[in-house]
Design a protein around this ligand. Structure first.
Ligand code: SF4
Ligand code: SF4
Length: 618
């Protein structure tokens, strides 16, 4: 896949997906897991007797050393409360349990342990160092990172680097990473500040020469320019490996899940063609691929009733031959056991299975969970919101089919109670979504580039709808119902007023155009649900007299025009401009309207456009 391709060119992506996976043959395999929730602990538990020893799959690193395909991710080590140390800052890391899990992992063939000075709120490296120092140095490899997120000075960065050796009790580090490059408002500038201008990259290259770093790489999230830039310097730097986000959804749907991300098909391909080994993070997409919705779960269970849902994702993550190791953050021994089982040995995904996972990925990508992986980087919110827990609850309910807006649905009552009771139980009232003031302070911190305030607004609207219980259906609730009708019927737009609802299915803006020209009474002060709103559709909606509008995608100029004309707008995604169907350029109508500022300026241009369409000139 080329860089300029989009998600919707899924035919191309799907072909590559099948070709690359189907054509892959692997020597052996390894295991993984990545679940941190109590429920997952239960659902993924395997009989310890079924966990094989001596069957782990290994891959060769840049220096020909064997690395287990399962890497123990140490970002969610357990605390003495038995929960993940990523979230629990009050209780100490349970060192005894960490020792037990590390011993178990080594005993079952895992030889890579991945940590960072930032993990478990600064406590991971020390705990990992204590656990590993009880083993021979030849029995394990350790990866850690220059996580200089706050202070970028050379002194502070050097101190962090040297401290990692002390905490880990080692005199060399096997894999050292520039941590999470690609984030921030100006990602190129941030990269320069953190690693280039302070001389840290040069220093690390010297350290590699001196043998204190065996392999040098970087972990990437976000702005693709940073990824491409660092790879463009490969000949000079000679990256030994790169850590990328890779799973069967991100393979070709990354942008749909998170507009700030890039398909792993591209990321992996760029590494493969340069012969750079890939480490994998997010094999479960923040745990979401361990608990799919009912339909997707059924499809996987039909294929293999015995396999855990998570194991499919782990197998996919390890299948490509250039993947060196898959990092799985583990809190409980049950996760470790399930992952070891999956990777002892790895059974690569075959062509038929790849096709199934591609289908599941399509289902998932159209399923609007929030791609939060509970990393906590956005916390604390100055207004007290518990951002990750709100997203976790919402995602869980979505996956369990508990997000239902229509009262007519027979599951509505039960789902409503489950959602609201669970919400109040997990998130104290003062920390819920309705307290978000949209200050945007959390935005820069999120490596998943989630538009947190927008998602908070969406979740709050849903909660409000449930609380009112449809007794007095407000406009938000009515629009939600119209949107459902729009999606289920695959209409181009749906308009509702009082009890009257009409669905339209002509291509593009044709229906809105005809309604606007007729100036029907029905559309005055009506509600409009639409898939995509560009400036043309916005002008027509205003001309129709629409009072409230909800859409999946809106472009910024359309939003501005609507708001200036007093139309209340809600949307799921805002883009700079609307693309044409082939995604190669602007939508032709949008292009013609580029310089129009008002509805009066837009209307003659739209009329001419429709005429040209009818005349076959477009
Ligand atoms: S935008 Fe909302 S969630 Fe983010 S920091 Fe501000 S108040 Fe908190
Ligand atoms: S919203 Fe973003 S930063 Fe916050 S916990 Fe989720 S993924 Fe991490």
């Amino acid at each position: 896949m080329t860089k300029g391709e989009t998600m919707d060119q899924s035919n191309i992506s799907r072909r590559n997906f099948l070709k690359k996976l189907g054509g892959t043959t692997l020597a052996t395999a390894a295991v993984l897991t990545g679940c941190s929730k109590e429920e997952e602990k239960k659902t993924q538990g395997v009989n310890p007797q079924d966990v094989p020893t001596g069957k782990m799959t290994y891959r060769k690193d840049a220096h020909g050393e064997d690395v287990s395909i399962l890497a123990f991710g140490c970002m969610r080590l357990p605390t003495t409360m038995g929960v993940s140390g990523r979230e629990d800052s009050k209780n100490e890391i349970d060192q005894e349990e960490v020792n037990r899990m590390v011993d178990y992992a080594i005993e079952h063939g895992v030889n890579l342990f991945d940590t960072s000075p930032a993990y478990c709120q600064g406590r991971s490296e020390k705990a990992v160092g204590i656990a590993l120092s009880r083993h021979k140095r030849s029995e394990y490899k350790v990866s850690t990172k220059l996580s200089n997120f706050g202070v970028y000075t050379r002194e502070a960065s050097m101190e962090m680097y040297h401290n990692s050796f002390k905490e880990l009790q080692v005199d060399y580090i096997d894999y050292y990473l520039l941590h999470a490059v690609g984030g921030g408002e100006d990602a190129m500038q941030l990269l320069a500040d953190r690693y280039l201008n302070n001389g840290m990259l040069e220093f690390l290259l010297e350290e590699r020469k001196a043998g204190r770093i065996k392999n040098l790489g970087f972990s990437y999230h976000g702005d693709i320019r940073v990824y491409d830039y660092l790879l463009s310097r490969h000949e000079e730097i000679n990256w030994d490996f790169v850590l990328i986000q890779h799973n069967y959804v991100d393979w070709s749907h990354a942008k749909k899940i998170n507009p700030g991300n890039t398909n792993s098909e591209y990321l992996y391909g760029e590494l493969e063609k340069r012969g750079i080994k890939a480490f994998v993070m997010e094999p479960l997409l923040g745990g979401n691929l361990a608990k799919l919705n009912n339909h997707a779960t059924e499809l996987l269970k039909k294929q293999d009733p015995e396999a855990s849902i998570a194991s499919w994702a782990f197998r996919f993550a390890g299948t490509q031959p250039n993947i060196l190791s898959v990092i799985s953050g583990m809190t409980y021994i049950e996760h470790l056991q399930d992952n070891i089982k999956t990777y002892s040995p790895l059974v690569p995904i075959n062509e038929e299975e790849a096709k199934l996972l591609s289908e599941i990925a399509d289902i998932y990508a159209n399923y609007p969970t929030v791609p939060c992986n509970t990393c906590q980087y956005c916390m604390p919110c100055p207004y007290g919101l518990d951002i990750p827990t709100i997203f976790t609850h919402y995602n869980k309910c979505l996956n369990e089919g508990l997000v239902i807006e229509e009262r007519g649905n027979e599951q509505y009552k039960e789902a409503r109670t489950a959602f609201l009771v669970g919400y109040d139980r997990k998130v104290p009232k003062l920390r819920q979504a309705d307290h978000c003031i949209g200050c945007g302070k959390c935005l820069e911190a999120c490596p998943q580039r989630i538009n947190i305030p927008k998602e908070m607004q969406r979740i709050d609207q849903f909660v409000e709808l449930l609380k009112r219980d449809g007794a007095d259906l407000g406009n938000a609730a009515r629009l939600a119902i119209l949107m459902r009708k729009l999606d289920e019927g695959n209409h181009s737009c749906v308009i509702g007023k009082g009890e009257e609802v009409h669905a339209y299915s002509k291509r593009g803006v044709m229906d809105l155009y005809e309604l606007a020209e007729k100036q029907e009474e029905f559309t005055k002060d009506a509600l409009l649900a639409d898939k995509i709103i560009g400036k043309g559709a916005a002008a027509l909606a205003i001309q129709c007299g629409i009072s409230h509008l909800r859409t999946h995608v809106i472009c910024t100029p359309a939003k501005k025009l609507l708001e200036e004309n007093g139309v209340k707008v809600t949307f799921e995604k805002e883009v700079e401009f609307i693309e044409n169907r082939a995604k190669t350029d602007w939508c032709p109508l949008e292009k013609r309207l580029k310089d129009c500022q008002t509805v009066n300026e837009c209307m003659p241009v739209i009329r001419q456009f429709i005429q040209d369409l009818k005349d076959g000139k477009i």
